[in-house]
Design a protein. Sequence first.
Length: 753
Amino acid sequence: MTEREDAWLWGWDPTPGIVSVWADGGGRATVWRRIEGRLRVERVRFRPWILLDRVDDVRGHAGIGVRELDGEGALRFLASADDLATLTGAVTQAASRRLGRRIGHVRELGAEAVLALPPEEQYLVQSGRTYFRGMGFDDLRRAQLDLETTGLDAARDRILIAAVRGPDGAARTIEGDEAAVIAGLVAWVRQVDPDVIENHNLHGFDLPFLVQRARVTGVTLALARTEDPGLRERGVRPKVRYVAPGRELIDTLDAVLRHDFATRELPGHGLKAVARHLGLSGPERELIPGDQLAEVYRRDPERVRRYAIADVEEVAGLARMLGGPAFALAQMAPRRYERLADAGPATGVLDPLLVRAYLHAGAALPAHRRVAGDPHAGAALHLFAAGVAHRIVKADVASLYPSLMRTYRISPARDRLGALLAMVERLLDQRLAAKARGRAAPAGSAERHRHEAMSAAMKLVINSAYGYLAAGSLTRFSDVDAANEVTRRGREVLALMCRELAARGVTLLEADTDGVYFAVPAAWTEVDERRAVDEVAALLPAGVRLELDGRYAAMLSHEPKNYALRGYDGALTLRGVAFRSSRAEPFAAAFLRDAIGRLLVGDVPGVRAAYLATVTALRRRALASSEVSSLVRLTKTPAEYLAQRAERRQLAYEALLAAGRTQWEAGTRVRVYRTVGGGAALVGDAEREGLRDYDVDHYLRLLRTQFAARLARAFTPDDFAEVFADPDQLSLFPAPLGEIRTILSPQSLPASP
C-alpha cells in the first residue's frame, strides 16, 4: 500500500537531477538535468492528452486514440494524439456543431466537460517524473538580478543600472546607457547560465519593466535556454507572468507571502523590511529612497552600486531561507518549480497530485461541480477577552483538521481511490520523520535545510486538505458534508480544550483551530504552564496533539485574530489586518508599533508621547509625502475607471490622472496620498518636486479614528479619551497619565460563525 501511495505523492520515475522542463503541443519535451554539477539536455517525445466527459467529440478521428478509464467519474475518456492542435481542434469543432455556437478553445467547455493541462504538466503527469530528485536546494545553479530605475512607470521612466549575483556568489552591477544595461544583462544570464533566476517582486515589477524597456530600446530579451530564447507569457492579464523556458523564474515575494500567511510574524513584505527582520542585513546596509535613486546616482554612483548589490545579496539569502518548501513541493507535484512557488496549496498542489494519482490508477476523474449538502459550517473562533493581558501562553493544536480526518476517516465521497486521505496519512507520518532528521542534522547545514524544507512542504499539503474539501466548485473532490464533519469534530475538540484549560485556573483570551491563547496566574512558572497543557493534551482524541507553542510577556487582544504580542525578550509581534496591512500609511504603522510596544510594558505616558509626536510631525509637515501614502493595487484599466468615474472617484486613479498619466495596467501598484483640498497625488512625482502638500487634517483624523482606535480595548472610554486627546483641546480635569492602567474586559459572546 505504501508503494502505491508513494507513487501518488512523489511520482514513479526515479530520473534524478531535473531542473527544468519545457514542452509544446507537438509532443516535444525538453528536459534539463543537472548531474554532478554539469547540465545535460534531453529531448523526448510524449503524446499530448486531454480528459473528456464524452467520447463522441473525438471518436473516429484519424490519429486520435481514446481510452476509457475505470469507475463512475464524469471525466472518463482519455484522448491523445501526436499533437495537441489535432486533438483540441477535433474537440472544439465537434462541440461547435453539437452546441450550435462557435467554440474557440476547449476551456470554453468548462471544467465539467474537459481537463486540459499545459504541455509540460501533461508530460510530467504521464511520465511520473518530478523536479529535483536526488538534489538539495544548494545543488541548484541560482542567480539573482535586480533593476534600479528612475521611477515606477516603464512608459516614461528608464533603467539606471542592473545588479546581478552569479551562482558563485560574485555580485556586480551592469551600467551604461539603458540599451547597454539590458543587453549586458542578457549577455550575463547567457554566460553564467543559471537554472533559476530570483528576485523580490520579480513578476510584479522587474520583469514587466524590463520587457517594456526592452521593446523601447529594441533589445531582444534572449533569456531562455530554448532555440527561440525569448520570454513567453502565462496567465491572463492582469495576472500575466513571464516564462523563460529552460530556467525557472522565482519571485521571493511569493515565499515571503506564504511564510507570513503561516507565521504572521513579518513587519511587512518588502525586501528591506523582511531582510532586516530575518537578520539578512545589518545596520550598515545602504538605504536610498526609490525616488532619489537617479539623483544620488548622478552625484554618488558608488553609493547606488552598494545599494543595488545589497539587494541581490539579500534576495539570495531570502530565497535560501524561505524557498525550501517550494523546492520540496516540486519534488512531489507534477508542475514546473516556478508555478509551484506561486501556487495555492489546494488547487495548485493537491489537485495535480490527485489528477496524477487517478490517471496512474487508470481511474476516471470527477468533474468540477458543487457537491450537494448542507451549507458549510466554518471553524470555531472565540474571543473570550479583549484588552491587555500578561503572562501569555499559546497552546497549539498541530494540524488539527488533518489529524481529525485521519482519526475519524473523513474523506471526499467522490474520491473512490481514497487518495486524498491516503496522502494525508502518509505525509503526516513522513513529516514526523523529516522533522526528526532535521533536528538531528547540524545547525545551518544543507542537510538540516533540506529536511526542514521538506517538513514545511509536507505541512503545507497536509493543512490544505480541509480547505480542499470545503472549496466548493473550485476543487475536483470538494465535499461540503465531509468538510462540515471535520469542523464539527474541530469545534468539539476546541470546546474540550477551553473547558479543561479554564478549569485549571487560566484566563482564556482567544481560541481557534490553530490553538488557544490564555493568561496564567502570577504565581505560575513555566513548569506549571507546561503541566497544564500536557494534562489537557492527554484528554484529546487519539492522533490530535496539543503542545505549548509560545510564551509571551503581554498581549493586546483587539478583535478575533487581531492581536499584538510582546515576548519575554522584548520582541513585538503584530497579527491581523488591524495591526498589519500593506495598505497602511507608513507614518500610522510606525505610530502603531511604537505605541503598542509602550502599551505592553505599561508605559501609558509613552503611548501619549508617541501620539503627540506623530500629531506634531503631521502639523509641521515634517513627514515626507511617502510616509502618509498608501500602497494601492490598481484593479481597473483606464477605460474601466473613466466609465464609472462620474459615479465614484477613487484616490489612486485620480492621482494618476492628476499626474497626466492616462495609461496604466491593472495589477500595477502605486503609492498615493490625499492633498490639501481633497486632491490626490502620486508619491514619486511629489517628492521629486519637494512637495509636502498632504491634507494634514485628513491624516490627523485617520491617526485617531483608525489607528489610535485600535488601542481602545486597552482602556476605559474616559482613559482612552485622555490618552488620545487633541493637544489643543485638553480636558479641564485631566487624570495623571501615570495613574492610568490598562484593562482586560470579558467578551459577552464568542465570535464564532
